[in-house]
Design a protein around this ligand. Structure first.
Ligand code: FAD
Length: 512
């Protein structure tokens, strides 16, 4: 009987425990090893996964297919629109290939966990490994105990991070597994995009390398046409190259440069991490190679970047500990009483980068054009939407997910609830970013704003930091009509009045 490795959010060959175990299993039993990826476009649509990230996924899947072929492992693509069709499709797939063991990386999102639990319940020989975190969810809990034995998930980041560092420092990281060839090299034919039309079809389709492709499959644009792919070339070699470049050029100065969007001061690894083209352990290994003291020395230049990797883990662990986070619920129940304004015209203006606040607008254009946004700006635009405009964070979360090439439920939900003040260890509800002073502080010469708002690039820098440069409100606080004569709009809200309004509405968050 043969072995299967089922790739999900772990589109890599290095540091992939599921793949390593599957190779060992196949070798030990003299079995043939297969690889599969199951695309579920209809289900993903309900998760708000955008076309851009799906195309990036496909490009990385094809890069993975090439690498697996060199190891003698054929990779196949199955298109099963909804998760509830997985069992039937997988059963047929395994039966046809005589598969008796399946290895796959566990996922943290609720629908994915339910799908896996149901497959195991139905008797599928599914062996799950931890691929997405350095320390698996449930292993960093209060009182030094494991979840389920008295310890609980932390609700505050700082003690979580302290405990995380203690455990991680005591664990050996090495060696990062790298699988050896299991059979002679094969050829690999790239998969076409699964396309929108597949999302609505009821059945499941299997596409093996070289299989005939229907016209509807190719209806969507070629992934390489998306400009985002020029910024994030596909494949684990490209991801590792980016990591190496960051380690050598930027890691040491990360803390001082990471908040300035005009500077290339962060790693830009998030699109790869979100799809598992690179693992967080590989990131940690690279960090420790350059700064071995990082766990023990608070002043290590790499400490801030380590902290970001730990934030990533914090949000993933939270998703497992509190499944309601996957169901669009406020983490803090007091937030259920917030009465959001939810003005659709203002939401459209925010999405289009036409709020009249240049830093906010430049950030929203960066998102539209590249599928990525600098972290400082994600905080600024999320605060602006939820506090200045009093629009429900779930609207922003969904739009981000549709646009982002690095979309990830845990980090996106965590970031939005942090900014809105509704989340776990969130920004307090009464802290409201001033988009003008954020602009002066983090884009002092206006370089970032000029890049994404060419229509006002000629303005003096001082004017770029103010709302529309005039300081005037279009037609008062509640009238969001845009200026007709100017190609750049007047501000849709006036900062200090919007701030007071938000404070008033959000007092429901005040602890009794
Ligand atoms: P670096 O600064 O180099 O950090 C390294 C890695 O650490 C990142 O690639 C990322 O995986 C992780 N990381 C860094 N900051 C955070 C953070 N605050 N929370 C969780 N993980 C972090 N990140 C996503 O990957 N996907 C999202 O959908 C996402 N949505 C966000 C929404 C909002 C409103 C906010 C405020 C933040 C969001 N983030 C999200 C977190 C963060 O903005 C991005 O991870 C970061 O900008 C990616 O750039 P980088 O790879 O250069 O990060």
């Amino acid at each position: 009987m043969n072995t299967l490795v089922w790739f999900r959010q772990d589109l890599r060959t290095l540091d992939n425990q599921a793949l390593t175990l599957a190779c060992e299993d196949a070798k030990a039993r003299g079995a043939k090893l297969y690889g599969v990826f199951i695309a579920s476009p209809a289900q993903w649509q309900t998760h708000d996964m955008g076309q851009r990230q799906q195309r990036f996924l496909l490009a990385n899947l094809n890069a993975l297919g090439e690498r697996l072929a060199a190891l003698g492992i054929p990779l196949e693509l199955m298109v099963v629109p909804w998760f509830n069709g997985t069992a039937a499709a997988l059963k047929g797939f395994c039966k046809a290939r005589g598969i008796s063991r399946i290895f796959a990386g566990a996922q943290v999102e609720i629908d994915e966990r339910r799908r896996d639990a149901s497959l195991i319940e139905k008797g599928f020989p599914l062996h799950l490994t931890d691929e997405h975190c350095i320390l698996p969810p449930g292993s960093v809990v209060t009182q030094g105990q494991r979840a389920g034995q008295g310890g609980a998930m932390y609700r505050v980041f700082t003690p979580f991070a302290r405990r995380w560092r203690e455990i991680a420092a005591a664990r050996p990281l090495w060696p990062i597994p790298s699988p050896a060839a299991v059979a002679p090299a094969l050829s690999f034919e790239p998969f076409p995009f699964w396309g929108d039309s597949v999302a609505n079809s009821p059945g499941a389709a299997s596409k093996s390398p070289g299989a005939a492709v229907s016209e509807s499959d190719t209806a969507c644009a070629n992934p390489s046409e998306d400009g985002a792919l020029a910024l994030w070339p596909a494949g684990e070699d490209a991801a590792l190259e980016k990591l190496r470049g960051f380690q050598q050029r930027s890691l040491a100065r990360y803390a001082e440069r990471r908040d300035f969007p005009a500077i290339d001061g962060t790693s830009s690894l998030s699109p790869y991490l979100a799809l598992g083209v690179i693992s967080p352990r590989q990131c940690l290994a690279s960090l420790l190679e350059a700064f071995p003291e990082v766990f023990v020395s608070e002043s290590s230049p790499a400490r801030t970047w380590l902290n970001e990797l730990v934030w990533r883990e914090f949000y993933r662990h939270l998703l497992v500990a509190f499944p309601s986070l996957s169901m669009a619920k406020n983490f803090n129940p007091l937030a259920d009483a917030i009465v959001w304004r939810n003005d659709e015209r203002e939401f459209e203006a925010w999405k289009a980068g036409r709020t009249g606040y240049p830093l906010v607008d430049a950030a929203m254009r960066q998102l539209q054009q590249t599928g990525w946004m600098h972290n400082r700006l994600r905080m600024v635009v999320a605060s602006f939407l939820t506090k200045h405009l009093l629009i429900d964070w779930r609207w922003g979360e969904r739009y981000f997910r549709e646009q982002l090439i690095d979309g990830c439920l845990a980090a996106n939900n965590g970031g939005w609830q942090w900014a809105a003040g509704t989340g776990c260890d969130a920004q307090p509800y009464f802290r409201i970013f001033n988009p003008m002073s954020q602009s002066e502080k983090f884009d002092p010469d206006g370089r970032f704003i000029r890049k994404y708002l060419p229509e006002i690039a000629h303005w003096p820098t001082k004017a770029l930091h103010q709302a529309s440069g005039t300081g005037q409100v279009a037609n008062g606080l509640f009238d969001n009509g845009l200026s007709k004569n100017d190609s750049y709009p007047s501000p849709i809200v006036e900062h200090s009045r919007a701030r007071l309004r938000a404070l008033e509405v959000m007092t429901v968050m005040k602890k009794g």
